[in-house]
Design a protein around this ligand. Structure first.
Ligand SMILES: *Cc1c(COP(=O)(O)O)cnc(C)c1O
Length: 486
C-alpha cells in the first residue's frame, strides 16, 4: 500500500479505485451459491482464523493481507442476502446502501458538530423531518436523531421520558440533581415479551430492573390492556409512580403489535409518556397494503425506528423520533470545544445536542439515498412481499399436522414447532427441534431461528428478504420434516 489516504494526488486516487475494485470482485466471488453459510463449526473456525500474530513486527503488506482475508474470512461470512438466511431481525444490505456505506467510511464525517459534517448534518436534519412526517408527527414540533441501533434509541427515549416526567409531573430536575427518594418509586410498563433493552436502560438510568413492570400478553402475544390497567392502579395504590408505557410494535420473536390506541388512552389518563419500540415493526409503514397495522404510531410520544432490520440497511442505522422535539433539551450540554451556544444562534446545527453518542456515523445517508432510489412503490413492494411470505408460511404450516404454529403473524416472523404425529414427549420434541436447526446450519448452510414459547423449544423464520419465494418455503418445510425424522 503506497498511500495512507485517498487524496487529490493522482496516484492515491488510482490506488483507491484499484482497492475498491479488487475488494468488490473478491466479495462478489465469495457468493458461490445460494446457501447462507459454508458450514464450519466453532472449533473449525478458531483453527482457520488463528494467526501467529495480528500485529507482526513488519507489516505483511496489502496483497498478502488481502489474500489471507480472501482465504479465511470471506468464504465463511454469512451471506445475508441468501434466501436461506432467516434467523433474526438481521437482513441483507440493499445495494444502494452499500454504495452509501462506501461514501460514509471514505469521507468519515462525524455528526456531533456542524464543522465536522456540514452537508451530512443538513441531510440528517432533512431525513429526520421526512421520517417524522412519515410516522404521522407534526413536523413543526417533532424532531429526532440517528442512533447506533434500537437499543440506543430505546435508551434515549426512556431517559427523555423519565426526565420529562420528573420535570413536568414531579417538578424535579434529574439532569441536575440525580435521583432522589421519589425516583425509586418510578415505574414503567411493558409487555413480558418486550426487548431486554427496557431492563438494561432502567439499570443504566439507576432505576433498576425493579422499575420495569412486565405486563402479560394475550394469546396473540399482544399486551393485555386490562392487566396493564390493573397493574398501574395497584402501583398507584402502593405509592409507586407510573411514568411510562412502552408498546412494542413488532415483538422480537413473534412480530406481534401492542394495541397502541388503548395504550395511548391509558397514558393520557395518567399523564404518562408513551414510547413505541418499533425497532422491528417500523418498516410496516411502507406497505400500502398493511400500513394500517401501525397507524397508532402517530399517537406515541416517541418512536424507535430501526433501519438495519426490515429496512434492509447495513448495521448500524436507527433513529429515535419525538413528537415534541423540545424534550431533547435533557441531552443538551454545551462545551466550548464542540457545541458553543452561539453556534445555534448563527444557524450552525450541532446534532450532539440531541445525542447520547458524541462521535457518530453519517448513517442518515443510507436512508436518504435508499428512500429516493426505491420510492414509495418500491418500498411498499419489499415490505408487502415479506409480510405476504409470512402469511403463506403460516398457512402451509397450519395445514400440515406435523407442525404447530404459535401465532398468526402480524409482520414477517413465523414461530412454529415440529410435533410429528404426537407420539413423542415434549422433551423429545424439544431435542428434535434443536437438532433440526443445528443440522440446517452445518449441513445445509441454512440458518433459521430458535426460541421458546410456553416453555417449549420452537423454530422461527424471520422473513425479511423479499427474494424468498413460496416454493422456497415449501422446500424448507419439507426439509425440516425430513431432518426431524432422520
Ligand atoms: C432488535 C430489537 C431491539 C434492539 O435493536 P438493536 O438495533 O439490535 O439495538 C429493540 N427492540 C426490539 C423490539 C427489537 O426487535
Amino acid at each position: 500500500m503506497q498511500n495512507l489516504f485517498l487524496t487529490s494526488d493522482k496516484k492515491a486516487r488510482k490506488e483507491y479505485n484499484k482497492l475498491l475494485k479488487q475488494t468488490a470482485k473478491a466479495v462478489s466471488d465469495a457468493f458461490v451459491n445460494e446457501s447462507a453459510y459454508s458450514g464450519p463449526t466453532p472449533d473449525e473456525l478458531k483453527e482457520i482464523v488463528r494467526q501467529d500474530s495480528i500485529l507482526p513486527e513488519h507489516g505483511l503488506g496489502w496483497d498478502k493481507v488481502f489474500e489471507l482475508t480472501k482465504e479465511k474470512v470471506l468464504p465463511n461470512l454469512l451471506r445475508t442476502p441468501s434466501t436461506e438466511y432467516m434467523p433474526h431481525l438481521h437482513g441483507p444490505s440493499l445495494l444502494e446502501t452499500i454504495a452509501a456505506e462506501t461514501i460514509i467510511s471514505t469521507f468519515n464525517q462525524s455528526m456531533d458538530s456542524w464543522d465536522q459534517s456540514p452537508v451530512a448534518t443538513e441531510i440528517e436534519v432533512e431525513t429526520i423531518r421526512h421520517l417524522c412526517k412519515l410516522y404521522g408527527y407534526d413536523t413543526s414540533k417533532a424532531d429526532g436523531v440517528f442512533t447506533s441501533g434500537g437499543s440506543q434509541s430505546n435508551q434515549t427515549a426512556l431517559l427523555l421520558a423519565r426526565d420529562w416526567f420528573c420535570n413536568k409531573q414531579l417538578n424535579y430536575d434529574v439532569k441536575k440533581y440525580g435521583l432522589d427518594e421519589k425516583c425509586s418509586k418510578l415505574r414503567m410498563y411493558t409487555s413480558e415479551i418486550s426487548h431486554f433493552s427496557m431492563e438494561k436502560s432502567c439499570h443504566i438510568m439507576g432505576l433498576g430492573y425493579k422499575s420495569v413492570e412486565k405486563v402479560p400478553v394475550d394469546n396473540r402475544k399482544k399486551m393485555d390492556v386490562s392487566a396493564l390497567r390493573s397493574l398501574i392502579e395497584a402501583d398507584i395504590k402502593a405509592g409507586n409512580i407510573p411514568f411510562l408505557i412502552v408498546g412494542t410494535v413488532g415483538t422480537t420473536d413473534f412480530g406481534s403489535i401492542d394495541p397502541l390506541e388503548e395504550l395511548s388512552q391509558l397514558a393520557r389518563e395518567h399523564n404518562m409518556w408513551l414510547h413505541a419500540d418499533a425497532a422491528y415493526g417500523s418498516g410496516v409503514i411502507m406497505s400500502q397494503k398493511y400500513s394500517d397495522r401501525v397507524k397508532g404510531l402517530s399517537l406515541c410520544d416517541s418512536i424507535t425506528v430501526d433501519f438495519h432490520k426490515m429496512f434492509l440497511m447495513p448495521i448500524s442505522c436507527s433513529a429515535v423520533l419525538l413528537k415534541d422535539g423540545s424534550t431533547f433539551d435533557a441531552l443538551t450540554i454545551h462545551a466550548d470545544y464542540l457545541n458553543r451556544e452561539e453556534d445555534e444562534e448563527d444557524g450552525y446545527t450541532n446534532l450532539v445536542d440531541k445525542s447520547m453518542q458524541t462521535t457518530r456515523r453519517f448513517d442518515a445517508l443510507k436512508v436518504w439515498m435508499s428512500f429516493q432510489t426505491r420510492g414509495r412503490d418500491g418500498w411498499s413492494k419489499i415490505i408487502t412481499t415479506s409480510m405476504e411470505n409470512a402469511a403463506y408460511l403460516y398457512s402451509i404450516l397450519r395445514n400440515d399436522s406435523d407442525f404447530a404454529v404459535i401465532t398468526e403473524p402480524e409482520i414477517s416472523s413465523v414461530v412454529f414447532r415440529y410435533k410429528g404425529n404426537d407420539s413423542l414427549s415434549g422433551e423429545e420434541l424439544d431435542e428434535i427441534n434443536k437438532k433440526v436447526r443445528r443440522t440446517l446450519i452445518h449441513e445445509h448452510g441454512t440458518i433459521i431461528g430458535q426460541t421458546v414459547s410456553d416453555g417449549r423449544v420452537c423454530l422461527k423464520f424471520t422473513l425479511l428478504n423479499p427474494r424468498v419465494t413460496h416454493e422456497k418455503l415449501d422446500e424448507l418445510k419439507e426439509l425440516i420434516k425430513k431432518l426431524a425424522i432422520s
